[in-house]
Design a protein around this ligand. Structure first.
Ligand code: WTA
Length: 643
């Protein structure tokens, strides 16, 4: 366990205020009982949670398990779109805001539940009558964070079409591979989005991708620029939905019907299509949103994540709308056109709950507290973080400077694969410690184990595992069930392996350290080192490449690539090659994967069996001398840098 050292020595503890506790959705008096009962019988606990969802047909069997494939609420029928829309139209929620959208230029759109419902119905009608989409089909969504993107997700769910949202920052190659992997019939996109005041063309990327996607029958384009010209199989989003009826009967969908696929990085080059189904997923995100965000009817909730990531799926769309809450979305950069933009938005829209990433918090901390101090943000009552470990310093800054000491902080640990929050404080109940995600959610049996799968003692570093299936867990990797088993269920028999290292303290609080595999976490986004390596070696001048993610103060981890060029003897312009490699990776995967540093080298440290010793490269990139064992090295000369 030498890689997993227990270094944190954080002892501060914060209890929620009396005022917060008095109104909390889950009361301290109930918590012990709920937690203990859920641990004894998680299936019964989740069955209770599923009763908060509207079902067209009750389930016959709560849980079926053939490791590693779970089924929850077998035989039940429901509709995720119905649960996010129709059921609220029977109450006052009908006229409440479902979405508040703000564009980078300050424009806002507000949609009530009734209005959102009508838009979703129109698009669902168009999908059936104009696009020939049916339950069982897959559709790709490559859209900026606009209301129409949420409408498209909910319209797919309404008719049983499985959506695959692809973050609108991925390159044409990445988009093409994802579309083809899921055999998407239709792609939804927009002609452009705006970043830092500049238009960014999306449709050209989609066009380039779709040219190599034989299965795509239509591209539906939200046109925002009057001069965009559509051709061939492209149709305007507005044109197909406008004339459609504003009602539509949601289709009853089997609980285990796939709601969406979402691609995420793993330890090999190919991204994994994580498949989530309907009943269990909705149950999980609804229950966790209710307790972790302690949502109340008057809350204005803002999660800054894009819908291209799991956080956007679960806690911008499905968890939040299924509870009838108001969800704010912002299409733009959080520090544009000024460093306090995020606080300005929170203040103007009277946001009560803010959920963002540690990377963002660290960068705002660095920008200085004079920016948040310009905005009272008096409405804020709860703050959350997700995506990577938060360092205690940033946690305290968030709590003091943004929360003014009055808002509990929920540091939520979870993954694309888990669907919903797994380890997090329940804010009225669990005292927080800066840097700790605290305790597992009721019904989640998390533990930390050693190499042999044996539970670790207090403060002993080990591997984070989940010991009982839960409803919102991924069902498989699309088209590759073997990889699903290998990646998560073979390392520790009978347990789900998260890929994260962690320890528990004497009070049973979980402290997550980060990945123990070849996945790096840059600004809260997971990237596989192999994925970037395959992109690098596809460049004509590259013979071999190894990518590591040394710690970075701001981004969590940075991307450093060690590259052996092919024709070393004739290399003249090193910096031109470096630039070309960076561009190439951005082109193959997307700008998020662009290496921060490229180190051109003649050799890479390898074991005698030919495995690259990444640990050494990581130490090297971080400027550390290597302390670990190097006796298995084939070439004792670590890296022979050209430059
Ligand atoms: C990391 C994001 C520490 C972790 C929802 C996990 C965290 C990966 C936290 C999943 C947290 C996420 N504390 N680490 N609160 N939240 N992580 O799939 O390494 O994009 O395995 O899901 O992010 O990233 P993903």
């Amino acid at each position: 366990m030498s890689q997993i050292e227990t270094v944190l020595k954080e002892t501060r503890e914060f209890a929620p205020s009396q005022e917060f506790v008095a109104r909390a959705n889950l009361q301290p008096s109930e918590y012990q009982r709920v937690f203990a009962e859920a641990a004894r019988n998680p299936i019964q606990f989740w069955e209770g949670a599923a009763r908060n969802i509207d079902w067209f047909q009750p389930w016959q069997k709560t849980f079926e398990w053939k490791e590693p494939h779970a089924k929850w609420f077998v035989g039940g029928q429901l509709n995720a779109s119905y649960n996010c829309l129709d059921r609220h139209l029977k109450t006052d929620t009908k006229n409440k805001l479902a979405l508040i959208w703000e564009g980078e230029d300050g424009h806002t759109t507000r949609l009530t539940y009734q209005e959102l419902f009508e838009r979703v119905c129109q698009l669902a009608n168009a999908m059936e009558s104009k696009l020939d989409l049916r339950a069982g089909d897959f559709a790709a969504i490559y859209m900026p964070l606009v209301p129409e993107a949420v409408v498209t997700m909910l319209a797919c769910a309404r008719i049983g079409v499985t959506h695959s949202v692809i973050f609108a920052g991925f390159s044409a190659h990445a988009v093409r591979d994802r579309i083809n992997d899921a055999r998407c019939k239709v792609v939804f996109t927009a002609d452009e989005t705006y970043r830092k005041g500049q238009p960014l063309n999306l449709i050209s990327i989609v066009r380039q991708a779709v040219a190599e996607c034989p299965g795509v029958q239509h591209t539906v384009v939200l046109t925002r620029n009057a001069s965009t010209h559509l051709s061939g199989r492209e149709v305007a989003y507005q044109a197909i939905s406008e004339a459609q009826p504003k009602t539509h009967t949601a289709k009853p969908i089997d609980a285990e019907h796939p709601l969406f696929v979402l691609y995420t990085s793993g330890t090999t080059g190919k991204p994994k299509g994580i498949l989530h189904t309907t009943g269990g997923y909705l149950t999980g995100v609804n229950q966790t949103a209710r307790w972790v965000f302690d949502l109340k009817p008057n809350d204005i909730y803002w999660c800054t994540a894009d819908i291209g990531w799991i956080t956007g799926h679960s806690y911008v769309v499905y968890g939040i709308l299924s509870l009838g809450m108001t969800s704010l979305i912002y299409e733009g950069v959080l520090n544009h056109p000024h460093p306090g933009r995020i606080w300005e938005i929170a203040d103007r829209h009277k946001v009560t709950i803010l959920y963002t990433a540690p990377t963002a918090i660290r960068s705002f901390m660095r920008a200085g507290e004079e920016h948040p101090n310009k905005y009272p943000m008096a409405s804020l009552r709860l703050l959350g973080t997700v995506g990577e470990p938060i360092n205690p310093e940033a946690w305290i800054w968030y709590q003091q400077t943004i929360g003014k000491g009055r808002c509990p902080i929920v540091d939520t640990w979870w993954q694309t694969e888990t669907g919903g929050i797994m380890i997090s404080p329940i804010p009225g109940v669990v005292p927080t410690k800066p840097g700790s995600a605290t305790k597992p959610f009721p019904g989640i049996l998390a533990d930390i184990v050693d190499e042999n799968g044996k539970s670790c003692g207090p403060n002993e570093g080990g591997y984070l595992v989940i010991k009982h299936p839960w409803p919102s867990m991924a069902r498989t990797i699309l088209g590759d069930p073997d990889r699903f088993r290998d990646a998560y269920w073979t390392r520790f028999p009978g347990m789900y392996f998260t890929g994260d290292g962690a320890h528990k303290d004497a009070q049973g609080y979980f402290w997550i350290k980060g990945r123990v595999d070849d996945v790096i976490n840059v600004s809260g986004h997971r990237l596989g080192t192999m994925e970037i390596e395959s992109a690098l070696v596809s460049h004509p001048s590259v013979a071999e490449a190894a990518v590591v993610g040394p710690p970075d103060e701001l981004k969590g981890q940075s991307i450093v690539a060690f590259v052996i060029p092919k024709d070393i003897a004739n290399l003249t312009d090193l910096s031109a090659l470096e630039q070309s490699l960076k561009r190439h990776v951005a082109n193959e995967i997307g700008a998020i994967a662009r290496p921060d540093r490229i180190l051109l080298t003649r050799t890479l440290p390898k074991t005698r069996s030919g495995k690259i010793m990444r640990r050494l490269l990581k130490d090297f990139a971080a400027g550390k001398t290597t302390s670990g064992d190097t006796t298995t090295l084939e070439n004792p000369n670590l890296v022979d840098l050209i430059k």
